[in-house]
Design a protein around this ligand. Sequence first.
Ligand code: NAP
Ligand code: NAG
Ligand code: NAG
Ligand code: NAG
Length: 338
Amino acid sequence: MSAPEVLIFGAGAVGAFYGSRLAHAGAPVSAVCRSNYAAVKASGFSIASPQFGEYSWTPTRVFPSAAEAVAAGVRWSFIVVTTKALPDVSDDSALLDGLVGPGTAIVLVQNGLGVEEPYRQRFPHAAILSAVTVVSASQPSPGRIDHNRWTRINIGPFLPDVSDGEETHAATAQAREFARLLVAGGVKDASAYSHRKLQQVRWHKIAINASFNPSSVLSNGTSNRAMAEDPELAEHVRGVMDEVLTTAPKVLGAPFPAEFASADSILASTRRNVSGSRPSMWGDWEAGRPMEIEVIIGNPIRLARAKGLEMPRMQTLYALIKMAQANRDALRKSQSRL
Ligand SMILES: NC(=O)c1ccc[n+]([C@@H]2O[C@H](COP(=O)([O-])OP(=O)(O)OC[C@H]3O[C@@H](n4cnc5c(N)ncnc54)[C@H](OP(=O)(O)O)[C@@H]3O)[C@@H](O)[C@H]2O)c1
Ligand SMILES: *[C@@H]1O[C@H](CO)[C@@H](O)[C@H](O)[C@H]1NC(C)=O
Ligand SMILES: *[C@@H]1O[C@H](CO)[C@@H](O)[C@H](O)[C@H]1NC(C)=O
Ligand SMILES: *[C@@H]1O[C@H](CO)[C@@H](O)[C@H](O)[C@H]1NC(C)=O
């Protein structure tokens, strides 16, 4: 059997980091780039990591667009989607038309909830794998990737309609194969989960992101640690986390595994953090980039509503952050017209 062909779709911080580890495992890994295309085409990626040191990675093929990747006619085993999830800006699933063939698994390594749905609707016969990572990485300049810390990634088959027989489903085997490749590439804490457990991980992660991220932006750049230390903001952040953590089990129909951290222990560990870092949503806000508001805040509210459940603290954050973004963008547009 030949090594599986992997395509990283949107090779930014996360895509280039995991792509380089898959390549280290021996898979041919290609990349679809956008703003970093010229730099990556000329000299590949250079990556700095506390775990793996300084290394460079030259993708097997580098494409400037999805259309160019289609033209290459490769039979992809894994298409790894690592664009920002911005359904209010673009439906990236449309760009995969012509790339998804028989046996292709689409791996979504993106934050938030509901990111799988557009892919499932467009490619009803393809395996959809859903992945959550806690990695911290950035791309300070085109082709330069800083891996700051953590590598953990969990991958599960997205099988919302399969109540039994998940074990025998092709997507389950593909999720295991993908995790195995990552482990072979040095990501020791890559592991395959069931559909349900992966969705539980997604909900748990957005409890943290939906509480800290918009609160940082709406309070003009407060660090995670400062939010956890200020009594009123800590009360607010805990309230949002608790709302999500008590709603998720009702939406998913199962309690969270006992090992998942509570709101109090998340706040305690944030207070212990000496670095005082800010959520990445603050960086997007400051840079005038679209924020992942819909998948981190809007979709959780809608998924809960579909089960008759309201999350009023989340709804408040959603209304405020959405309007703040609309005002920011309108101001920038009117300034650029002057
Ligand atoms: N960074 C982290 O530490 C981290 C941790 C956990 C989870 N995540 C999640 O991982 C996902 C990816 O985040 P990231 O930090 O890697 O973002 P990123 O650095 O902005 O990478 C996204 C890449 O996708 C490219 N892209 C977007 N649309 C494209 C298109 N149509 N065609 C080709 N390329 C396209 C972007 O190009 P442009 O430069 O042209 O925009 C960019 O290079 C997000 O959902 C994020 O929330 C990130
Ligand atoms: C928000 O913070 C920035 C610095 O990050 C500062 O320049 C700006 O004046 C602040 N805005 C308000 C409304 O306080
Ligand atoms: C602690 O600080 C680091 C930056 O060094 C950051 O990546 C991480 O998210 C912080 N942890 C918490 C729990 O806020
Ligand atoms: C989500 O939360 C994690 C952990 O606190 C953080 O490292 C990451 O930057 C957040 N993601 C976004 C999109 O802000």
